[in-house]
Ligand binder design. Structure first.
Ligand code: ADP
Ligand code: ZN
Ligand code: ZN
Length: 726
């Protein structure tokens, strides 16, 4: 027996299959999709079995034997094997990288994954109750009797062996069994009260449920607080009733603990949770619950889209506009595309939900490719908050650099009413620029062309691109002057300023305050228990939080998001503003939102003020059409990186002219140009953008380029289809 083994070799993860021979004693264990250990040069490595053959065309004497078979059951099932091929073809990634991304670390084909299962030892009754009773009636030992009485009811967890257990075993009354234990324990709050759905909600639920058994995509466009989560739960409940499973993707679990809590309370043990903050062993255990059929619902982030359910009833993608559904390194897949592929494989619907759908999704709903479902109103007595935009140009003239008079007054007002406040500032750290007042020197990361951010607590200058961190400087390295000043404001400085102005309990949530597992949860729980009056944070706080006492949301500066050099800047700003505004006034108490900006007339701000998503969609689509961006044009981003400036430049030019010569005439090729951050970690970034509507030569041309540079170590070319940012 000969097998083709697919291995991951080298940094570029190029697909390589190798033929190996299977010695007779291992034949029985070989199945397509299991991992095997093979000799490779002087090393032992792991790979996936992707083909089984009786014979081989290669010189048999040169074919080596495999060392061992790792899995009893395949880690890649039939669907995953086909899906991997689809990903390789459509994303130009290697099959092996596609397979690896589908699996938890414990099941990837790589050396040194030391993730073992945890087993518990139980004592289980072997004899009938009557026989046990008979034994008890003759027994003289208290501890044995006690154990046997318990054993009549259920298995007993054994922490340590003792003589009573040994005696019971010796008499054949019980035996020892091992059962897997999940190391993941949900520790958050779980509370849920069953509600009866509004007629609007009912309609949405029945639309999707009536499409179980059919591959179709729905967009649920529902304003914040309109009860989307409730809708999801009812749809999933129906899937379970029909003995099907459900996948629900959320942007980032640690940021949406309240949703998870509701699901836990309603569905309990049949849920597996999969997200990035789990340890490798917790992730493995949660995954095992799926492969063993113990869980029926998966709630997870991007890669949870791959879970090997055999009978999917529905796939739900909450906050579908979120960029985190797209993986930004290889394989650059979008979980939404994978969802649609699986929906065809399983004949089940996909439900995309959002209060601010992405332009691409809304456009597809508008032209009938997706079915649009709407929830127009907030549930119950709560209404959308009143939003007010403050022109910071005027405030700065009054000397208000951080907080406008109106925001200050409203904060005071809420503090006196003992209500809560959320303040958003989408920049972490203390200040964004340290500069010399004498000579104009600006402190920059030497490896990246980006200014250092000053972090006061650690007293460091940090590069948010490569992570370099150096001690803060007090003297200008160019002219020696000590007249240095810091400009720009991050969350750390905002916290400090607020503490000076208000007598309030303030908590900050950003990357720097949430480095440990459970940090998010603690901040959110504490804020929910009113241990704090004000929650400050980056975009992390914009999503999913539901605190009835929050009646004021302040956006300290809407500008950093608006002025980003990316064609989605307006869309992202609109989404961020509506999301964070949606945190205010979620109960009977009226909510208010203050947006501070230097661009009060920008349409994304003006329309966020009026909660007018549809108008924003129309405006933004006009821009996209005019500028030939997605969704009017498909886009592909080629990133060309090199450690050597000249090589990067020469090769990018070659690639661009090859594209111009080989793609359709209508296809637009832009560049090469320097990426918006040109140097990161001493690597130079060039980019070429392709825009096209239909181009039959596209895939073959890109494939040629991809193949050509795969083996070149001086330069790296990455192809990104429908990039999230450019
Ligand atoms: P969304 O996900 O759209 O922001 P949620 O599902 O979180 O909205 O619902 C907002 C609030 O309304 C939650 O507290 C939820 O429990 C409540 N809610 C949702 N549907 C109903 C209903 N039919 N009756 C009563 N309360 C509801
Ligand atoms: Zn200087
Ligand atoms: Zn850097």
């Amino acid at each position: 027996m000969y097998i083709d083994v697919l291995c991951e070799l080298g940094a570029k993860a190029i697909d390589q299959t190798f033929v190996y021979h299977v010695p007779t004693f291992l034949k029985e264990s070989i199945k397509i999709g299991v991992r095997v250990k093979i000799p490779f040069g002087k090393m032992e490595i792991e790979g996936f079995v992707i083909n089984i053959n009786n014979d081989s065309l290669f010189d048999r004497d040169k074919i080596k034997d495999i060392i061992s078979v790792i899995d009893e059951e395949p880690v890649l099932n039939k669907e995953m094997l086909i899906l991997g091929k689809y990903m390789a073809d459509s994303l130009l990634c290697s099959k092996v990288s596609a397979y690896q991304v589908m699996l938890p670390k414990a099941l990837k084909a790589q050396v040194n994954t030391n993730v073992k299962l945890k087993y518990n030892k139980y004592l289980r009754r072997n004899k009938s109750i009557e026989e046990i009773d008979l034994y008890i009636s003759k027994c003289r030992y208290e501890t044995q009797i006690e154990l046997l009485c318990k054993l009549k009811e259920k298995d007993i967890l054994i922490r340590k062996m003792n003589s009573s257990i040994n005696t019971i075993l010796k008499h054949g009354l019980a035996s020892i069994v091992y059962e897997e234990e999940s190391r993941y324990k949900y520790t958050g709050k779980s509370d849920y009260k069953k509600v009866s759905l509004t007629s609007e909600q009912e309609k949405v639920v029945s639309c999707v449920v009536n499409s179980f058994d059919r591959s179709h995509t729905f967009l649920l466009y529902g304003v914040t607080g309109s009860g989307k989560t409730e809708v999801y739960m009812n749809i999933i409940e129906e899937a379970l009733k029909q003995e099907k499973s459900a996948i629900m993707l959320v942007p980032e679990i640690s940021l949406t603990p309240q949703i998870v809590g509701k699901f836990m309370a309603r569905f309990g043990d049949v849920i597996s949770i999969l997200h990035s903050k789990l340890s490798d062993s917790e992730r493995y255990d949660e995954y095992r619950k799926i492969t063993q059929g113990k869980s029926k619902i998966v709630i997870g982030t991007r890669s949870a889209i791959f879970v090997p359910f055999l009978n999917i009833g529905v796939i739900i993608i909450d906050e579908e506009h979120t960029s985190s559904y797209k993986q930004e390194n290889n394989p650059r897949y979008n979980a939404k595309d994978i969802a649609m592929w699986r929906s065809k494989y399983h004949d089940c619907p996909v439900l995309l939900g959002s209060a601010t759908p992405s332009m691409e999704t809304m456009a597809r709903a508008a032209n009938g490719v997706y079915t649009l479902l709407t929830l127009n109103k907030r549930v119950g007595n709560s209404t959308l908050p009143i939003v007010e935009v403050v022109d910071m140009k005027k405030e700065v003239k009054k000397g208000n650099f951080i907080l406008s008079d109106i925001l200050k007054n409203k904060i005071d007002d809420r503090l006196s009413k003992k209500e809560q406040i959320i303040l958003l500032l989408n920049k972490r750290g203390y200040s964004s620029i340290i500069s010399c007042k004498e000579c104009g020197y600006v402190a920059k990361c030497p490896k990246c062309d980006i200014t250092y951010t000053y972090h006061k607590k650690s007293n460091n200058l940090k590069c948010h691109y490569c992570g370099t961190s150096v001690p803060v400087i007090y003297k200008c390295p160019i002219c020696g002057s000590d007249n240095l000043k810091d400009y720009g404001m991050g969350t750390e400085k905002l916290e400090e300023e607020l503490k000076k102005i208000f007598d309030a309990k303030i908590v900050r949530m950003d990357v720097d305050t949430t480095t440990k597992k459970g940090d998010h949860q603690k901040i959110i729980d504490d804020f929910g228990e009113r241990k704090y009056d004000i929650l400050i944070g980056t975009q992390m706080i914009a999503k999913g939080l539901d605190f009835p006492l929050v009646t004021l949301v302040g956006v300290v500066s809407a500008d950093s998001s608006l002025t980003a050099s990316d064609f989605r800047a307006s869309e992202n700003t609109y989404q961020l503003l509506s999301q964070v505004a949606g945190r205010a006034g979620r109960s009977d108490r009226k909510g208010e939102v203050i947006i501070q900006t230097f661009n009060p007339d920008h349409y994304s701000i003006r329309l966020a003020e009026r909660h007018n998503y549809l108008e924003f969609y129309r405006e933004e689509m006009k821009m996209r059409k005019m500028l030939k961006y997605s969704p009017y044009y498909y886009m592909v981003l080629l990133s060309i990186t090199s450690k050597v400036y000249e090589i990067g430049s020469v090769e990018s030019n070659k690639i661009a002219s090859y594209l111009r010569n080989n793609l359709d005439k209508e296809t637009i090729v832009l560049g090469p140009s320097m990426a918006s951050v040109f140097k990161v970690n001493n690597i130079f970034h060039y980019q070429i953008i392709i825009k096209y509507r239909k181009d039959n030569n596209l895939m073959s041309t890109l494939k040629f380029i991809d193949e050509m540079y795969k083996k070149n170590n001086k330069i790296n070319v990455e192809v990104d289809f429908s990039p999230i940012r450019i």
